[in-house]
Design a protein around this ligand. Sequence first.
Ligand SMILES: *Cc1c(COP(=O)(O)O)cnc(C)c1O
Length: 363
Amino acid sequence: MKTPDAIPASNSASEPARLIVDLAALRHNYSVLTSLAPNARCAAVVKADAYGLDAEPIATVLRDAGCTEFFIATPQEGAALRKALGPAAVIYVLNGFQAGLHAAFAGHGLIPVIGSSDSLRAFHQEGGGAFALHVDTGMNRLGLTVDETLALPAAHKAGLHLVMSHLACSDDPPHPMNARQLARFHDVLKAFPGIPASLANTGGVLLGPDYHFDLVRPGVGLYGINPASQSAEPFRPVLHVDAPILQIRSVPAGDTIGYGARYVAQSERTIAIAGFGYADGLPRAAWQSGTARLGGICVPVAGMVSMDLTAIDITGHEAFARETGRMQFYGEDLGPVAGASGTIGYELLVRLGSRLKREYSGR
Ligand SMILES: *Cc1c(COP(=O)(O)O)cnc(C)c1O
């Protein structure tokens, strides 16, 4: 057995893994979405800290690119966003209105997206004002039923800014649920002449103009994920992780790599140990068929992902690995790595660990 190489691959191995967010790609994706839905206004969904990428720089760049409407999940997120964006931005709170919170919403100029008759009543009792109505057309998550919506008293429509619903299967364009929800939404809108309407998330934008209405609400497409595909197209990848190669070792045929000795080297392999693991968000399940990049070269994960480390098979590319001392994760591989891990790109984004230093390029 060869002895492990104790010498760091390069000096840059001393710098821990960083998350690099390409703000030029974000702007590009926003303009792709606006040109896909030219007759609608294009809001930005920046909930969950802009899907883990940090809502402040993301929303600021989108505002400067012409976005005026933003969706977040909670009033706490809304208050932080208001501080970042100033008074002009329109900020909607998707998780609804809870009794007692009127002052919290009004104090930061937040518009609740109200999704039940009870909370709508409470909102009006506490003073009312601008709100959006969430109608359930088949998802059974948040939203008044179609019947409840059609029975709303006129007084409860005072302040109504937007009628919206949400698609359950927009990541699967041929799914019959899409057309069914669209038809129900049209039925509901007959009761709201003149009120702006919104149905489409990213997948809905990609379903075409029938789904666009007055306002589209993309989230994940802004961040470079096509929810209906493992490829980013028509979007551009926005983030990648740049991780140090902490060590390069030669593993003889028949040896195993990592926890559980699950990976068996079928021939002699050159293995790079990257400083990026499941504590940083890389799913443990990525070991089976996950990939990383050495410059532009796609290289497979080899062995169980550890908390802080992942072994990558770089056989044939050792010289290049020693020269650069770094490996890249996610980027154009985000969709395939999510699929290989039994999850979706959305989840990989929001799982990005707080230990990763965030760097923003392309300002
Ligand atoms: C999260 C969310 C969106 C954005 O969805 P993407 O699939 O990320 O584009 C839009 N509308 C609602 C109600 C949401 O919860």
